[in-house]
Design a protein around this ligand. Structure first.
Ligand SMILES: [Zn+2]
Length: 292
């Protein structure tokens, strides 16, 4: 990121947010509705609208443009896949945006933007190797080394949510069984609860202080699986810090009991890795986009 000005655009299902950074400090921020129900062409024109507002706040040709989107661009076809703004799946999103804005655009998924933002400006600042974990509806992640995203030959670096925790375990939408995501994401927890006839949301369940015996057992299982899954990351790449994000990252137990659970499965006598809460919250996407 050598440019003086960086425009970041966070393309969400309900709102499109933009930020302008000058030497990594925000000088402008705004949001408009996505109005996804009006289709891809309308979404692109909303992006263009907010982009032009951002362009108006500085006078320079020395700027970059980054977009944060759910889902990812398939490397073989250049088409967007796995976005929860489903009307954009199968479109050549990046090409359409670049043509409309008439500028080169970097695009990354929300987990990678989260990791990059937290590593550069947030809780992972000043650490060399930062692993950012998102525990929300699903489990995503990103891997940042020296403030650079590590993408890898398959562009799946950080996708710890689809590592197999238990062979022949819970069914996952990705086609495999036993993925981490099916045990410790919001969606995964809710599926497990439903199987027991419990109709809480994941957040209600995790934050409920009066759990009965069965609920306590499910909760202990969740904490244990969190420990196993994070220990696998530590044993593989031993990051300098792990930053948690997403809706479930507010659960205080993760930062004390959770750390004890990780320690059980880490291949060393002591466990020193800081496991910390994110600092940028919902802003990580738009900051990460600007930093791409
Ligand atoms: Zn999976």
């Amino acid at each position: 990121m050598e440019e003086k000005f960086n425009i970041g655009i966070d393309l969400g299902g309900t709102k499109i947010e933009t930020i302008v950074l000058e030497d990594q400090l925000p000088i402008f921020r705004d949001r408009i509705p996505t109005e996804a129900e009006k289709g891809p062409d309308h979404i692109i024109s909303q992006i263009s609208k907010i982009y032009n507002q951002a362009l108006n706040v500085f006078e320079s040709d020395d700027f970059s443009v980054g977009i944060c989107t759910p889902g990812s661009i398939a490397p073989d076809t250049n088409l967007l896949r796995n976005s929860n703004t489903t009307c954009l799946n199968g479109t050549a999103l990046l090409t359409m945006i670049e043509e409309k804005l008439n500028h080169n655009v970097n695009i990354e998924n929300d987990a990678n933007c989260f990791a990059l933002a937290e590593a550069t400006l947030g809780a992972g600042k000043d650490h060399e190797l930062v692993f950012g974990i998102i525990m929300g509806t699903g489990c995503g992640g990103g891997f940042v080394f020296n403030n650079q995203l590590r993408l890898g030959p398959n562009l799946i670096s950080g996708e710890w949510g689809h590592s197999v925790l238990y062979p022949d375990g819970n069914e996952c939408y990705c086609g495999k069984r036993g993925c981490v995501e099916t045990y410790i994401s919001g969606g995964g927890i809710e599926t497990q609860l439903k199987n027991y006839g419990i109709n809480y949301s994941a957040k209600e369940f995790l934050n409920n202080k009066n759990k009965n015996g069965l609920e306590m057992q499910i909760f202990d299982g969740f904490m244990n699986n969190f420990g196993r899954a994070v220990a696998n990351i530590v044993n593989s790449i031993d990051p300098d810090i792990i930053v948690l994000g997403g809706g479930l990252s507010n659960l205080a137990n993760l930062y004390n009991d959770g750390i004890e659970e990780i320690q059980k499965y880490v291949f060393s006598e002591s466990f020193k890795t800081p496991i910390v809460m994110n600092k940028l919250g919902d802003s990580a996407g738009v900051y990460g986009a600007a930093l791409l």
